[in-house]
Design a protein around this ligand. Structure first.
Ligand code: MTE
Ligand code: MO
Length: 523
């Protein structure tokens, strides 16, 4: 009785798994972002309330995407099992339930498709085929109606010989069918994964593009950008360690040979530029620090890299921007949008369309082949990755992804200092140590950093060098640590002389504020 119930649930699960695997394979061949889990996951990402999204980013960090996908998968498996159980009473109802589960992916794909109805169909096609496969598989698996199998388990053993002899091969057939289809589902799923990996490898080959040398190279770094304290975040963060924040469950794979950047909206001459044309333009190279508005006081979502790219003004001057335009709405290959205040982006700062990061083409996770970088603004209003279009417009006419969700429109980076060492809640031996970390106030620059130990006076820390006001700086404070528990506090003064305020603000809607404090034990 019990095992037969499990098998019935298993038929629902196997049918749905097969559908998912087929859809995933189709998506892998055409466009990985169309995988049913990806479209359903993206729908969740887009629809969750801001507070929940914040909570996920804070509690789960970079694990937020895997956790979402695993939760979603478990939900689908449970529902599929229930559909299988439903078929014990009514096969048609079970099939409808399977169709309903699979239909969610189809609806999610259509809703997630940003563009035309024809692209909505293309985006939904893998899920539609997967749904049909799931329903057909389910009907085939439940063809030998559940009744004889049930009769064998509910009737007393010696009571009904004919029914039993009929039921035994039926149940064996179910077992074979379930196992066979499960194997097929695993095989198709693995094939889909292999194709997906092949595409990733292909993108890696595409990344073997040669970037031009900058016409305007980065200013030489001062010799003291590294203050030489163990455990401090390096001045330039290697690409593999650079924080990543975006809404993409599947990293968009963009082929530079077919990529273009469209420049339009409130401009006198809209145009489209290809990868080769972009690379032929004069390049600048700059060390610039990028920060996420979601970063908590003391948080990790800040990084500094050497970017290579084309000046944003060089591109936009070709289009001729209407003076009444207020914002640049940049759109990514996966439909994300950011709005950048024009008065800020084009005020002469080193805003760029970047193609290189730390001497390499942009890694896929950081926006290959091209992204925006605007020094001094949080990433969500400036740093669109996989950028495919920039439109001059007004705030009344169009709202960007995060603006629609209540986040700020003007979003300059707030002044922040972070303690990297000693680690929070750690224990260190007494004696001479360095308290150290990084601090940033992009485009205003850093005027100084001060440290407070317990309730003592604020004391000046020493600053590492910086090539410009657009990067973070390391800082350190030599300290003779005495036994006991201590609170260490830090605050920065920006280049205008303004001291980082003590009042705590949450990241929503315009960035966290407050002093970073760590508690440690010496002894
Ligand atoms: N296409 C796209 N670009 C995006 C985002 C996104 O979700 N999608 N997130 C932005 C945010 S919120 C930040 S902080 C930066 C982070 O860039 P990084 O992942 O390279 O560090 O990218 C920005 N660009
Ligand atoms: Mo961000």
């Amino acid at each position: 009785m019990r095992s037969s119930r499990w098998w019935d649930a298993g038929r629902g699960i196997v049918a749905v798994l097969l559908g998912v695997a087929v859809a995933h394979l189709l998506a892998a061949i055409t466009e990985p972002a169309r995988s049913p889990l990806a479209v359903a996951g993206s729908l969740v990402v887009r629809s969750v309330p801001t507070w929940l999204e914040q909570l996920a980013v804070q509690q789960l960090g970079n694990a937020d995407k895997p956790v979402l996908l695993v939760t979603l998968s478990i939900g689908v498996l449970v529902l599929s099992g229930l559909a299988g159980l439903l078929a014990r009473r009514n096969r048609a109802q079970g099939a409808v339930a399977v169709a309903f589960i699979a239909g969610v992916a189809v609806v999610a794909a259509v809703l997630g498709s940003s563009a035309s109805p024809s692209s909505a169909l293309a985006d939904a096609l893998p899920s539609i085929v997967g749904a049909v496969v799931a329903v057909v598989a389910f009907l085939l698996l439940t063809r030998d109606d559940a009744v004889p199998a049930q009769s064998v388990s509910t009737d007393p053993p010696a009571n009904d010989e004919p029914a039993r002899s009929m039921a035994t091969p039926t149940r064996r057939g179910v077992v074979l069918g379930v196992v066979g289809v499960a194997v097929a589902a695993a095989f198709v799923g693995a094939a889909g994964e292999a194709v997906r990996r092949a595409r990733v490898a292909q993108a890696a080959i595409a990344r073997a593009v040669r970037l031009p040398a900058p016409a305007d190279p980065a200013p030489a770094l001062p010799s003291d950008v590294e203050v030489g304290v163990d455990g401090v975040t390096p001045f330039r963060v290697p690409n593999g360690d650079f924080y990543r924040v975006d809404t993409a469950l599947v990293v968009p794979q963009v082929d530079p040979t077919t990529w273009t950047l469209r420049v339009g909206g409130m401009v006198s001459s809209p145009f489209e530029i290809t990868w080769d044309e972009l690379l032929a333009m004069p390049m600048i190279e700059r060390d610039l620090t990028l920060t996420c508005v979601s970063n908590e006081v003391g948080g990790p979502y800040c990084g500094n890299a050497r970017w290579l790219g084309v000046r944003l003004t060089d591109v936009l001057d070709r289009a001729g921007i209407d003076p009444s335009a207020e914002q640049l709405l940049s759109t990514s290959a996966d439909g994300f949008t950011a709005s950048t205040p024009i008065s800020v982006a084009l005020d002469g700062r080193d805003s760029m369309i970047a193609v290189g990061m730390n001497g390499e083409p942009l890694p896929p996770e950081h926006g290959f082949p091209a992204r925006m970088v605007v020094p001094g603004l949080y990433g969500f209003v400036s740093a669109t990755k996989w950028v495919v279009s920039i439109e001059a417009t007004t705030y009344a006419a169009q709202q960007a992804y995060w603006t629609q969700r209540g986040w700020a429109t003007e979003a300059p980076v707030r002044t922040m200092a972070r303690i990297d060492v000693p680690r929070p809640l750690g224990t260190i031996p007494p004696g001479k140590v360095a308290i150290a970390g990084v601090c940033w106030a992009q485009h205003r620059g850093i005027g100084g950093v001060e440290v407070q130990i317990d309730d003592g006076p604020w004391q000046a820390a020493r600053l590492g060098g910086a090539p410009s006001d657009d990067t973070w700086r390391q800082w350190y404070f030599p300290w003779d640590a005495t036994s006991g528990r201590h609170s260490l506090r830090v605050r920065a003064v920006d280049g205008t002389g303004a001291t980082q305020p003590a009042d705590r603000l949450d990241p929503f809607p315009s960035g966290a504020q407050g002093w970073h404090e760590v508690v440690i034990t010496v002894g």
